[in-house]
Design a protein around this ligand. Structure first.
Ligand SMILES: [Zn+2]
Ligand SMILES: [Zn+2]
Length: 827
């Protein structure tokens, strides 16, 4: 099937913006050049530190992803001519097979999730049935949900651009003027919004939306993989509340369908149907076969070299490798100089700016003027700014772009020559989404993952099978989290008394129990006809909140609000004396007012950074499940974590030298959450050669590395989880390592770790054993968030501890672990 010129070349609803072929660059040749020792572009001043024999080959693995031709399908017969013509006008002559298949399923009344790669045109899969229905039935309505306002605005522009009569699309979000809202409720037929607005605006005011909800035919949930963890669990209930209201209004219309059809679009993810079912509570058909064409990609894993003479220092986290940011900046500059259109993904906003400016400077030194062809891109840009940058890159005025993962969400830009990924983005799903920007038909493109100095990155560049040989992660959420369920049931009750029929909708037995607790707490009232919300006003529930109001960071002199910090990390980030960075500008905190939820700061650039220290204790509340494996025990259960930030260190920037440690007077905090933990008998540790005096350091090192590698089996970040290790715990009476969800009530991460314990702890052991450092470094057992200053840490003994665990832990007997790593490959 010919694929060229099938899709149009501007950013629109159906086809991603494709970078037009320019002069023929040779990304594969670039990689060959980079690999030859000593040839790596290096910044001035570093030349004298080139090791004898040049730099070693930084590439640890090369994977070739073959090209794939596209397969189209005929238009479904029910697509009206008007829509077909409008799409043809945008360059779409026929849908790809997966688009047509998903559209057919939805049109036939089946709930469907499309989980295919970047740039595969998922939007056409939902727009075909949605727009066809709006054209065929002048009273039907469609609701579109995006995780961000910006993405909804993009889709709004795309649908408007098709110029279809009578579809009347409208964005309904926090920015929508009051004057327009009534019109939208009464007349708009394609409403684009986000879960927060659905939760706070539309559902509480469902009476005013009755006209819209009564005719609601499709609910589109775009980028549904972003609904994970606690936020995802909240959204799952918001969607159930939506189902409840629409079913109510649909019943008022005899003969109509029982409820709307859900169409979900997801990045490639593990078990998308299961995640979609958890999210909606409905049976959902998966469409995962990607039939869009793809160019061949050479994918390299890259580990920056050790700095000559560097030694890891357990106390100071001194870097021992060249930083991934510098490495990425150099590669970006070199690629741009070679005319290779390159996108660099950097995790932080500041990092993206550093990469862009470093590359610009390097290029200016070579060819004055060339630096202007590199730019930075981040979240928070206005739509026009984003569009201008995308256009420049598509047209080739711009050759290099350093971006935060803002570009991962909702911008259709594919067909680049090279993608540099500075640091593992946290999940294989994101990795593939970012790498998927590279590759155009008929030409080989390049993707490079550049490892940062941390356990997960280091593990991955040395275990390519963990990147290429595995399916992407399943999206983890837990709608039964009591801290989500309780508040959501209150919201639902405030929208209409809950009946016994609703108990099933919201989750069954656990709902019944939670309702009893809410009644006992006086939040709901039980009457013969159901459960009622009787308090004045509505429950105040924030979908993205962590319990408690966010702390406002305010510049004292001007009263300017710089940003917010969630209450969970405020003690760490904005304690009195803390150095707080905001958009690259340095501030020092004068005062943290916890009751007023406000931190007062002033602009100052001191010569030190600050590092808070925390003491943590943990009590086991109950054990949900466990495995008794002789000297080893593996558990998952509910725990109470008490933590207190007690002091902070000031360290000189650059050298890491500790200037002093200052005490802090902050209250202790309580967290009821879910933990996974393992115990090891002291006798088995002694037998394995761990001296009793070394047990604390061994467990602590194992704990750090295990936290670093948990994202391997669950869609979390190491900042989502915490840990505690001890040579003897009052509740377990044994040496124990705990790893817990950092969210009240748990977010499903610890549960997942328990199910995939062998995979998780096996990878942890291998990582520590394989690290080339002597006594532990940030790539293996040191943690950037350790409350004890990374002390004590026993690297070699940590391997012995994990060997004892892995030797005794039985192979999984149920499907749990195989479920975490199904044999099927994707991506
Ligand atoms: Zn190491
Ligand atoms: Zn620690």
């Amino acid at each position: 099937m010919p694929t060229s010129a099938h899709q149009c070349e501007s950013a629109d609803v159906t086809s991603p913006a494709t970078v037009t072929p320019g002069p023929v660059p040779d990304p594969a040749g670039l990689l060959r050049r980079w690999r030859s020792a000593g040839q790596l572009p290096r910044q001035a001043g570093e030349a004298r530190s080139v090791p004898d024999g040049g730099w070693p080959d930084p590439v640890t693995h090369v994977e070739r992803l073959p090209a794939r031709p596209g397969t189209t399908a005929p238009w479904p017969g029910w697509v009206p001519d008007q829509l077909r013509d409008a799409l043809a006008g945008r360059g779409v002559r026929e849908p790809w097979q997966h688009q047509a298949y998903a559209a057919e399923l939805a049109h036939g009344g089946r709930h469907v999730v499309v989980a295919t790669g970047t740039g595969s045109g998922k939007s056409l899969a939902y727009l075909l049935p949605a727009l066809s229905t709006l054209l065929a039935d002048p009273r039907a309505t469609v609701l579109y949900l995006a995780p961000t306002k910006a993405l909804a605005a993009d889709q709004f522009r795309a649908v408007t651009g098709l110029g279809l009569d009578g579809v009347r699309p409208a964005c309904y979000d926090g920015d929508t003027p009051q004057a327009e809202r009534a019109w939208i409720r009464q007349h708009a037929r394609f409403v684009l919004t986000n879960p927060d607005m659905l939760h706070r605006g539309i559902l509480p005011g469902h009476n005013a939306w009755s006209h819209f909800l009564r005719r609601l035919t499709y609910v589109i949930v775009d980028e549904c993989h972003s609904y994970r963890g606690v936020f995802g669990s909240h959204v799952a209930h918001v969607l159930r509340r939506l189902r409840r209201q629409t079913e109510r209004y649909h019943r008022a219309r005899p003969g109509g369908p029982a409820g709307p059809v859900f169409i979900l679009a997801s990045a490639t993810s593990g078990e998308p149907a299961r995640a979609a079912r958890q999210l909606t509570g409905l049976p959902v058909e998966p469409v995962t076969e990607d039939s869009a064409p793809r160019g061949a990609v050479t994918f390299a894993l890259w580990e920056p070299p050790l700095l000559p003479g560097a030694r890891a220092d357990t106390e100071d986290l001194t870097p021992v490798r060249r930083s991934a940011l510098r490495e990425s900046a150099d590669l970006l500059a070199d690629a741009v100089a070679a005319g290779v259109r390159t996108l660099a993904f950097v995790r932080s906003r500041r990092g993206a700016e550093v990469v862009a400016s470093t590359a610009r400077r390097a290029l200016e030194e070579v060819v004055p003027g060339l630096g202007t062809r590199v730019a930075a891109y981040r979240a928070g840009f206005l739509a026009e700014e984003r569009r201008a940058l995308e256009r420049s890159l598509v047209h080739g005025d711009l050759l290099g772009l350093a971006s935060t993962n803002a570009l991962e969400l909702g911008v259709d830009l594919v067909g680049l020559d090279a993608v540099l990924i500075c640091g593992y983005p946290g999940t294989r799903a994101s990795l593939w989404q970012q790498a998927g920007r590279a590759g155009r038909a008929g030409r080989e493109a390049l993707a490079v993952l550049i490892a940062r100095d941390d356990p997960l990155d280091t593990y991955l560049v040395h275990h390519p099978e963990a990147v290429f040989g595995r399916p992407v992660e399943a999206t983890v959420l837990d709608p039964t989290n009591p801290y989500v369920l309780g508040p959501q049931l209150c919201c639902a009750a405030a929208e209409g008394a809950l009946t016994t029929a609703d108990v099933e909708l919201f989750g069954g037995a656990v709902v019944k129990q939670t309702l009893d607790e809410l009644v006992a707490a006086g939040l709901l009232r039980r009457r013969p006809t159901g459960w009622y919300w009787t308090a004045p006003g509505r429950p105040d529930v924030d979908l993205r909140g962590e319990g408690g109001a966010p702390i406002n960071v305010v510049e004292a002199a001007t009263g300017r609000l710089l940003g917010t910090v969630d209450p969970g990390s405020s003690h760490f980030l904005v304690h009195p004396g803390a150095v707080y960075l905001h958009q690259g500008v340095s501030y020092v905190v004068d005062d943290l007012d916890l009751e007023g939820a406000c931190a007062l700061v002033h602009a100052e650039e001191p010569e030190w950074s600050t590092h808070a220290r925390e003491v943590t204790s943990l009590d086991v509340v109950s054990v949900r499940e466990y495995q008794d494996a002789g000297p080893v025990g593996l558990f998952v259960g509910d725990v109470d974590v008490t933590s207190q930030v007690v002091s902070y260190q000031r360290r000189r920037i650059g050298s890491g030298e500790v200037l002093d440690t200052r005490p802090l007077d902050l209250p202790a905090r309580q967290l009821r959450t879910v933990a996974v933990w393992f115990t090891v008998s002291p006798a088995s540790l002694t037998a394995a050669g761990v001296d009793p005096a070394e047990v604390p350091g061994a467990l602590h090192a194992a704990e750090h590395a295990a936290i670093g590698l948990l994202p391997l089996v669950a869609t979390c970040d190491r900042w989502d989880i915490g840990g505690l290790s001890t040579a003897s715990h009052a509740d377990t009476e044994a040496p124990t390592v705990f790893v817990y969800d950092g969210h009240p009530g748990g977010a499903g991460f610890a549960e997942r770790a328990y199910q995939a314990a062998r995979t998780w702890l096996g990878a942890t052991r291998d990582l520590i054993a394989a690290c080339g450092c002597d006594t532990g470094c940030p790539s293996c057992v040191q943690s950037p968030k350790c409350g004890n200053g990374n002390n004590p840490l026993g690297k070699a003994d940590a391997v012995r501890v994990l060997d004892v665990v892995l030797t005794n832990l039985p192979e999984p007997t149920n499907a749990a672990e195989t479920m975490a790593d199904p044999a099927a490959n994707s991506g």
